[in-house]
Design a protein around this ligand. Structure first.
Ligand SMILES: NC(=O)c1ccc[n+]([C@@H]2O[C@H](COP(=O)([O-])OP(=O)(O)OC[C@H]3O[C@@H](n4cnc5c(N)ncnc54)[C@H](O)[C@@H]3O)[C@@H](O)[C@H]2O)c1
Ligand SMILES: [Zn+2]
Ligand SMILES: [Zn+2]
Length: 368
């Protein structure tokens, strides 16, 4: 079939929206009609050329939600008409990692996904016979996509897809960091660094876990206000003295849980140093720049602090994204607050500009 998609032709240049060919789903694959897709930092990071593992030409986009149109052979978990959220982090339910409760990082299709291929090593996307690569296994800046069934979460048909798409990356990453990676305990004190999509999700996740005190740190007063709306009990404008301020707020000990969602390695260090002596757990969500490292004075670790990394919030996508969406439908989460701008596929580059200007939390592409 023919469909329109936003193609990364050249790093550092605007995406080019154009018609492409999309082949039928093969065995284990599903054709999805996209209804909505968020614009995330990782798309911009790849488009800019900063990501050393990036490739072009490719169709970007990974925060998608849509409706199943058709399924290939051997697809048992989905049927036409199902509503789905796309998963850049799949869940095969069979590999050694999927069988473990300790990680959400599925091993089934990692290598081919990283090369821009579907699991059989080929692409469904092409232009005049020239293969075009898939991005993050999703390629959702497009009217349609073909994806493996293990990378699609079936969600309630009640969920509006323009909001459900946020669960495909940023929101689940933040919620999950608190709920599944850190496993925040009721009654605890938490500090969240960053009040973008991920940090605000983490604030909401701490609240859902029953945290007593949730401190959010950001540079923007407007974003800190949003953090209060999501459940932060205290807010701080970030700076050199943030660790001291947190120690002061916590009787000199630090917080039970700290969650970093800025991508800044100096802030990651603050997250470690403001975790509580004895048992404080610092969870890192941010993606640092190429070659950057996190400095930790080992004494912080010997005295009982721990550091964890979190990819997609530790969320096992097919099992847990539908559960998170259900909590939204049950009224436990205000997702509307994150949807700042609605744009068309042709305006995808404007989505990048809004993000660079830090105008709003998320721009969502609607396919109409
Ligand atoms: N681990 C994952 O699976 C995953 C998934 C999605 C995004 N991410 C990463 O998470 C990070 C956050 O993503 P986002 O979409 O929320 O980004 P964002 O840019 O919207 O938010 C980052 C926030 O950090 C704040 N900030 C910057 N410097 C600060 C400082 N010194 N102190 C306190 N706050 C500061 C900014 O004001 C901003 O509000 C990014 O690095 C992104 O790449 C990781
Ligand atoms: Zn993302
Ligand atoms: Zn797996």
């Amino acid at each position: 079939m023919r469909m329109r998609a936003a193609v990364l032709e050249e790093f550092g240049q605007p995406l080019v929206v154009q018609e492409l060919d999309l082949a039928e789903p093969r065995a284990g694959e599903v054709l999805v009609r996209l209804v909505a897709c968020g614009v995330c930092h990782t798309d911009l990071y790849t488009a800019s050329g900063a990501d050393p593992s990036g490739y072009a030409p490719a169709v970007l986009g990974h925060e998608g939600a849509g409706v199943v149109e058709a399924v290939g052979d051997d697809v048992s978990s989905l049927a036409p008409g199902d509503h789905v959220v796309t998963l850049f982090s799949p869940q095969c339910r069979e590999c050694v990692h999927c069988q473990s409760t300790k990680t959400n990082i599925c091993l089934a299709i990692r290598d081919e996904q990283g090369k821009g291929h579907l699991p059989d090593g080929t692409t469904r996307l092409s232009r005049g016979g020239e293969p075009i690569r898939h991005f993050m296994g999703t390629s959702t800046f497009a009217e349609y996509t073909v994806m493996p069934q293990i990378a699609l979460a079936k969600i309630s048909a009640q969920a509006p897809l323009d909001r459900a798409c946020l669960f495909a990356c940023g929101l689940s990453t933040g919620l999950g960091a608190a709920m599944f990676t850190a496993k925040v305990e009721a009654g605890s004190t938490c500090v969240v660094f960053g009040a973008g999509m991920v940090g605000l999700g983490a604030v909401a996740g701490c609240r859902l876990q029953g945290a007593d005190r949730i401190v959010c740190v950001d540079l923007s007063g407007e974003r800190l206000e949003m953090a209060r709306h999501q459940g932060a009990t205290d807010t701080l404008v970030g700076g050199q003295d943030t660790v001291d301020a947190i120690l002061e707020m916590t009787g000199g000990f630090g917080a039970d849980y700290t969650i970093e969602a800025t991508g800044n390695v100096a802030v990651m260090r603050q997250a470690v140093e403001s975790a509580r002596m004895g048992w404080g757990l610092a969870t890192m969500c941010g993606v640092a720049g190429k070659g950057e490292t996190l400095d930790i004075v080992p004494r912080y670790l010997i005295t009982g602090r721990r550091v964890a990394g979190s990819s997609f919030g530790g969320v096992k996508g097919r099992d847990q994204v539908p559960q998170l969406v259900q909590r939204y439908l049950d009224g436990e989460l205000d997702v509307d607050a994150f949807l700042s701008h609605r744009i068309t596929l042709d305006e995808v580059n404007k989505g990048f500009e809004l993000m660079e200007a830090q105008d709003g939390i998320r721009s969502v592409i609607e396919f109409g």
